[in-house]
Each structure stands twice: as structure tokens, then as C-alpha cells.
Design a protein around this ligand. Sequence first.
Ligand SMILES: Nc1ncnc2c1ncn2[C@@H]1O[C@H](COP(=O)(O)OP(=O)(O)OP(=O)(O)O)[C@@H](O)[C@H]1O
Length: 312
Amino acid sequence: MLAIQNVSYAYTKGKSILKNINFNVKQGEYVALLGESGCGKSTLLEIIYGLMDLKEGTIFYGDKKLLGPKFNIIPGHPFMKYLAQDFSLMPFTTAAENVGEFLSNIYKEKKQARVKELLEVVDMSDFANTKVKNLSGGQKQRVAIARVLAKEPKILLLDEPFSHIDNFRKNNLRRRLFTYLKAQKISCIVATHDSTDALSFADTIHIIRNTNIIASGTPKEIYETPNSVYVASFFNEVNEIPYKLLNIQKKGTAVLYPEQLKIVEKSDLKATVLNSYFKGSFYLIEVKFHQQQIIIASHKEHTKGTLLNISL
Ligand SMILES: Nc1ncnc2c1ncn2[C@@H]1O[C@H](COP(=O)(O)OP(=O)(O)OP(=O)(O)O)[C@@H](O)[C@H]1O
């Protein structure tokens, strides 16, 4: 449906932000772009939306080549909506008016029903008649999400869509929004730092580093077989332990999440407890293993100085 082919970009000559980016997005697919701050996620969304002219690379929507502002008087495309980090709302009108701004006034009842439906998706029905300037940051963000959905885009580009929303609401909102998008077969590309956005909901994750996509796959593939510490560290704490310290006859270093190390009754591998951190349903135990500090998940707390037997 959407094909991003060999896209490269530099704001200033000789300083590449993105190099040879390639990926496809199918109808109804949710693609997450994950990467550290400044790696070019927003730039890529802006390019896809048509806010920048490309010197290298092409973007196709089906057979149609998408062009930048040089060729489009009004940048952007009718089938695609982009939610930037600044929301772009009208502060002096109500949440409902913002959501309905681009909907036709000819069919008033239809418009009202659509606005109501979308405010329900983002759990903002109670604030329908509140002026946007009187809403909190998170509430504004929810109105902005409803607004980009109003005209039933085929593709949605979301830049850190839940960054202002507290955890209590975030999980609920994510479930509602992504269920809605799947049901409507709306494709979406989300730029995020938040691993939950990606792990729990995305169909495909692309991880960007130093101008390139360095890992792509389903959330399960990327989580279970990360190709580097950078990739793994988006999802969890990570330990890098030389194989020889784990008594494994292999060159190199193992990349292990805390839950991949176990505390057992007996083992040749000994570690001394430095700290226990309560994480709600489990503890993270920081231990000294040889000269290294590593982190192990445990269902119970361990007191400082305890000698633990550990294994893989
Ligand atoms: N208009 C611009 N002119 C020049 N450089 C820019 C411009 N916009 C962004 N940059 C630079 O391009 C790089 C990528 O920025 P971008 O906003 O795409 O990153 P990001 O991954 O979305 O970051 P974040 O997660 O912090 O939002 C950064 O080094 C940034 O300083």
C-alpha cells in the first residue's frame, strides 16, 4: 500500500539524517519507528507526509508517487493525516468543534454522530464542550488524535502520540485507539520512544540508529532476538556478559534481559547482592558478578551482601 524506497535526507549538505530507508506498510498495518531522540523519526514522518522534497528516494501509495511541497501547493495528502508533536489545535473553540472542523456541515446529524464517536474513542466525551485552551496537555493530545481521525484517513502518521498522557489513561487509550484503527483498516506509522507502544500493539517495528534502520521485525522477533544492546535496551534492562564468565565455550558477549538469568539452589556461578528494587509484581536484583554489575529479575527481595547462585 505505502512503499518507502531508498529514502535519504539531509537538512544541511553533507550531514545525513536518514540514509537508504526502505520499508512497506500494508493496509491496516501498524508500524512503529523506534529510536533514540534525534535519530530522525519525526523527519521521516514529515517526509512521508510530503512536507519535504526528496532528492533521493521515492514514496509510493499504491501506484501513485507521492511528491513534496515543490509539486503540491498544499503539502500533505487527503488520504493521509499527520499528528505532529505540537497538536495544531484551535485553542478558542471547543474539543467537539476541533474534532469536527473539517467535517461537512451539510449533514449536521451525521457530523455530530461522528464527533461523538471519536470523542468516545479517545475518552473525551465529558469535555466535548470545553474550550481547548482550558484542557490539560494530555487532554489536548487526545482531542488532537480524534481530530486526525475525523475524515477517515487511510494512513495515520503519529509522532509520540501519548507523550502527554499519564499511565493510568495511556494503556486504556492505546487499546481503544489501536482496536479502532484495526477495525477500520487504517494503517498507522507511529514514531515513539515508548517500548509499550511498539511491543504490545505494533505489527512491525523498525529501529533507527545513525541514519539507518538497524533492525526490523515483529515485536516478538525483535524482543527475543535483539541484534544489539541498543535494540534490546529499548525494551528492558540489559546485561552484557562475556560468555566465558557464564562457563559457555563461545567467543563474544551474551546480551541478556534480567529475566533470562535465574536465581537457583546450586550453581558454579556466584553473585553478591548489591541492591533490590521493587517493581510491583517482581524485584530487580542488582548483583556483583565477577567485576561486573548485572541485573537479575526475582519474585522476592534479597538482602544486600547475600551470595546467590545464578544460572541461565
Ligand atoms: N528543520 C530542521 N533543520 C535542521 N535540522 C533539523 C531540523 N529538524 C530536525 N533537525 C535535526 O535532525 C535530526 C533528527 O531530528 P528529528 O526531530 O527527526 O528526530 P527524532 O528522532 O524525531 O527526535 P525526537 O525523538 O527527540 O523527537 C536532529 O539532529 C535534529 O536536530
